[in-house]
Design a protein around this ligand. Structure first.
Ligand SMILES: *Cc1c(COP(=O)(O)O)cnc(C)c1O
Length: 394
């Protein structure tokens, strides 16, 4: 049975070109980049080449890119780093209610340290209102952190406008762009961003490596103290292979970004339209057009997301539920609740995230299998039976 992988928002497979570029750094080229002999210098050079590639992909200067262990570290660094550096200036940070846990849980930690956090609400599409941001800024605000695009419902935020409002008040603007990089063209100078987080394993690179873009002059404390790596700002012997892999991955994805986006959008729309047409009592979550090119998120009434996932898994199809139930709790996703979905509908949600490996046949297979799974599960649902009788549904 062919496996159909539709969970590219969770992680992506490593491209073969990426792996090939990494391998030498696990074989012959193992020198420590901080060493002075030529063996170390070769790995040092590889890191700087990767830095150039990351910088070029997002319109930054190379000396504004700092390698980290991934999106989570970059988010932690941006938030804690600015909070500690500017704590004498103010203690207020603004973010949104739909951020990734790497942001939300860091904010909760900072609250315990005496910082005040405003969690901006979103509308039914998951959009943050620029007006709300304007009203939330106070004389104590030191940082605004708003994700570029949401990992669950795919909504793309009006980042340029949000950054402009933030800068009018002279406040730093950070964006978690882990889902946006490689899916939306990004130019940090044009949009005027101070800090941006990205991760390799969401763009066909290896896990455990990412970067934080820090605009020249932005003040923030270090998170990892030790050696002088990353221009004294992020200690620890560099993850050379991973960094090289990130460089290759980001270069490859941005080199043919337009065709990548078009392909994903085509498959996405085919999948969305097919699901909404073939399965009654379904709705699309997230914005219909301001949406990541590979994101499909639907609520399917009268069924549990987890049951659908298990049934799809038996058919070789990997998707994710809307509940992002990583904690093992039964709480539905904070994102779906933030867009106003009632608990029972949030529980019946699926995220299918398309990637560069997916084909027309993959989408057709899902459209063939999923309606049968939903029918079968609904037939077993006493709730559906009752509603069917009461409302005389089909
Ligand atoms: C995956 C993801 C992260 C975390 O990145 P890691 O590299 O897995 O630590 C952070 N933010 C968003 C929006 C993500 O999708």
């Amino acid at each position: 049975m062919k496996r159909i992988y539709l969970d590219n928002a969770a992680t992506t497979p490593v491209r073969s070109e990426v792996l090939e570029s990494m391998l030498p750094y696990y074989k012959n080229l193992f020198g420590n980049p901080s060493s002075l002999y030529s063996y170390g210098q070769e790995t040092k050079k590889a890191i700087e080449e990767a830095r150039d590639k990351v910088a070029k992909a997002i319109g930054a200067n190379s000396d504004e890119i700092y390698f980290t262990s991934g999106g989570s570290e970059s988010d932690n660094w941006a938030l804690k780093g600015v909070a500690y550096a500017l704590k004498n200036k103010g203690n207020h940070i603004i973010t949104t209610s739909i951020e990734h846990h790497a942001i939300l849980h860091t904010c909760q930690y900072l609250e315990k340290q005496g910082f005040e956090i405003t969690y901006l609400p979103v509308d039914k599409y998951g959009l943050v209102s620029p007006e709300d941001l304007k009203n939330a800024i106070t004389g104590k605000t030191i940082l605004v952190s708003i994700m570029f695009a949401n990992n669950e419902i795919g909504t793309i935020e009006p980042i340029e406008e949000l950054a402009r409002i933030t800068h009018e008040k002279g406040i730093y603007f950070h964006t978690d762009a882990v889902q946006a990089v490689g899916n939306i063209p990004i130019d940090v100078k044009k949009i005027n961003i101070d800090l941006l987080s990205l991760s390799a394993h969401k763009i066909y690179g290896p896990k455990g490596v990412g970067a934080l873009y820090i605009k020249k002059g932005v003040k923030l404390h270090s998170l990892i103290h030790g050696g002088a790596q990353e221009r004294n700002r992020r200690a620890g012997t560099e993850n050379v292979g991973g960094i090289v892999g990130l460089g290759t991955a980001i270069e490859l994805i941005t080199n043919d970004l337009d065709s990548h986006i078009n392909k994903l959008k085509y498959l996405r729309d085919k999948l969305i339209n097919g699901i909404l047409e073939k399965i009654p009592y379904t709705r699309l979550n997230g914005h219909p057009t301001k949406r990541l090119p590979g994101n499909v998120n639907v609520s399917i009434e009268f069924v549990e997301g987890e049951s659908m996932i298990l049934s799809l898994d038996m058919a070789g199809i990997c998707v994710s539920s809307g509940s992002a139930c990583t904690s093992g709790t039964l709480d539905p996703s904070h994102v779906l609740l933030a867009i106003g979905l009632p608990h029972e509908i949030a529980h019946g949600s699926l995220r299918l995230s398309i990637g560069k490996e997916n084909t027309d046949e993959d989408v057709e297979k899902v459209l063939e299998v999923l309606p049968n799974i939903v029918n079968r599960l609904r037939e077993m649902s006493p709730l559906f039976k009752r509603v069917k009788e009461e409302k005389k549904l089909v």
